[in-house]
Design a protein around this ligand. Structure first.
Ligand SMILES: *Cc1c(COP(=O)(O)O)cnc(C)c1O
Length: 404
């Protein structure tokens, strides 16, 4: 198996599942009660009418079963997407929320409370950190940032009797540290805390519950959406008790998503395996080329053998994502790097990642770290590799790097 086959393998294995998910076998009188549409239709609605009050109350009491007495509790197309995401993550159930960030914040609000303590990796997604530092703090939850590469004895030393949540994000935003999720789960559970994992990069190629996570968080905006036209998030759990807690919290917070975004994401799921197999192969080819370039100090891609996270990636992941970072030689200035980024023609300058188009963003300047060992001081940038041909992307980068 080549390295490229290895990063694509997990995506290839998903395809048979992806073509079947979220397609209820519902016969419709429009098709003489025997025919069915291939896809779940977009279902719009706020008010739902019931034949009598007893039926309405019965449906209301079954809110844990993806039913709704009102559109704010979700519509059929949202519930189909929830079943599909739960199947991919191999979880019990999923709650769809309005964005990936809402998935992070809703999960943190669900499993922490005033007077509690929460551990967050120093390389977490920036807006998650901002939420933790502001709102969670205001609600009386104490935050400790930890080195994402922390080892078991050091983690044990950070755990307290009031620690409710160990948050994880693997690999880390911009710096791509792979976390030892089974170890984090072991330590969290020994202290009666829950392990919440932002599994956006690992969606489909990292099995969160087999590895011990209690909650898996997704920005569906990235791979499942895939076309940069919808913003959506998901929270998935494995245990019944956690599902009831999550579903109640989501209803109390008014969390849901619009039917169009759910439908677009279901559509995106069909091709997610094909797109990401191709994108992950191209990403590895581009990453390998960059790692031999004289202007490049390091390429932060978990599937490159000289990466510190390689052994854990190989142990725990069935594939790789199309997103990685490039650290330039210290002789390159930040201003020169920004000129280089502006000069690229195949890479769009913009937020988000995982879509069909290739994107670039500088890491330097925009990334906050609390711990000195996690600071990255050299000029660096992040690439999201799309469906373009590798040769075109490499030629564009070669031209850009020559200008440095
Ligand atoms: C993008 C991202 C999010 C937030 O998702 P949005 O849908 O853009 O709100 C959360 N976590 C990670 C790791 C992300 O990359």
């Amino acid at each position: 198996m080549t390295d490229e086959d290895r990063v694509a393998a997990g995506w290839d294995r998903l395809n048979s599942l992806l073509v079947r998910l979220g397609r209820p076998d519902v016969h419709d009188e429009h098709f003489r009660d025997t025919g069915t549409l291939v896809n779940t239709p977009v279902t719009r609605g706020s008010t739902v009418l019931f034949p009598d009050l007893a039926t309405m109350r019965k449906v209301g009491s079954e809110r844990y079963d993806h039913t709704a007495i009102y559109g704010a509790m979700g519509t059929p197309v949202q519930h189909e997407l929830e079943r599909a995401i739960a199947a991919i993550e191999n979880g019990r159930d999923t709650q769809i929320v309005s964005s990936g960030l809402a998935a992070c914040t809703t999960a943190l609000l669900t499993w922490t409370s005033s007077g509690g303590h929460c551990l967050i990796p120093d390389a977490c997604y920036g807006p998650t950190r901002r939420f933790a530092d502001t709102m969670l703090g205001r609600f009386g939850v104490e935050i400790t940032y930890y080195d994402p590469l922390i080892r078991e004895p050091e983690l044990r030393a950070l755990m307290r009797p009031d620690t409710q949540v160990v948050f994880a994000e693997s690999p880390g935003s911009h710096t791509f540290e792979i976390q030892d999720i089974p170890m984090l789960a072991r330590v969290a559970h020994a202290h009666d805390a829950r392990l919440l994992l932002d599994n956006t990069w690992g969606f489909g190629i990292f099995a969160p519950f087999d590895k011990g996570a209690d909650v898996s968080i997704q920005a569906l905006t990235k791979y499942p959406g895939g076309h940069s036209d919808a913003v959506l998030g998901a929270i998935t759990v494995a245990a019944e008790e956690e599902w009831h807690r999550l579903r109640d919290a989501a209803i109390q917070l008014g969390q849901l998503a619009g039917p169009d975004d759910c439908w677009l994401t279901l559509r995106g799921l069909r091709t997610m395996g094909v797109r990401l197999a191709r994108q992950s192969r191209t990403a590895l080819t581009v990453a390998k080329w960059l790692s031999t370039h004289p202007k490049v100090l390091r390429v932060l891609h978990p599937a490159l053998p000289d990466n510190p996270g390689y052994a854990l990636w190989e142990r725990d992941f069935s594939g790789a994502g199309p997103l990685f970072s490039v650290v330039l030689q210290p002789s390159c200035t930040r201003a020169a790097m920004e000129k280089m980024i502006d000069s690229l023609s195949r890479f769009g300058i913009g937020a988000s990642w995982g879509g069909f188009e290739s994107l670039v963003l500088p890491t330097t300047g925009g990334v906050i770290r609390s711990l000195p060992e996690c600071r990255a001081d050299h000029p660096a940038f992040r690439l999201s590799i799309g469906l373009d041909d590798a040769a075109d992307l490499i030629a564009d980068l070669e031209h850009g790097l020559m200008r440095l």
